[in-house]
Design a binder for this molecule. Structure first.
Ligand SMILES: Cc1cc2nc3c(=O)[nH]c(=O)nc-3n(C[C@H](O)[C@H](O)[C@H](O)COP(=O)(O)O)c2cc1C
Length: 98
């Protein structure tokens, strides 16, 4: 990986998991020990985000979490975009941590 002060990983949930290509990419990361990261996850199902799974992979890599945020989008799997709930507040909270 190129050197950076902060790494950003953003992934949708697919099949109750982190989207598989991003999961593979994260699992194969090298040279990022002690580096800071933020994670973003979008998902369609209510209260079913993949942040913990993303964090688990990066904790194993001994990376340091700065912030995380998830957004529910759409109504059902195939129902397109559109944020739910208090997403602006969540975004503000997230930004404050950066
Ligand atoms: C093949 C497929 C499987 C999906 N599986 C899930 C799922 O298991 N749980 C869930 O909450 N959302 C699921 N979704 C919805 C995606 O998480 C959602 O479309 C995505 O987060 C939207 O982000 P994007 O606009 O960047 O694609 C699935 C979407 C696709 C296309």
């Amino acid at each position: 990986m190129p050197q950076a002060d902060l790494y950003v990983f953003s992934a949708p949930t697919e099949a109750f998991n982190i989207q598989k290509n991003i999961k593979k990419f994260m699992k194969n990361l090298k040279g990022i020990r002690d580096k800071k990261y933020i994670i973003i996850n979008t998902h369609a199902m209510k209260n079913k985000n993949s942040l913990r799974k993303m964090e688990k992979i990066l904790t194993k890599k001994q990376m340091i979490k700065v912030a995380s945020v998830n957004f529910q989008v759409g109504d059902v799997f195939k129902n397109g975009n559109g944020f739910h709930g208090y997403w602006e507040m969540k975004l503000d909270e997230f930004i404050k941590k950066l």
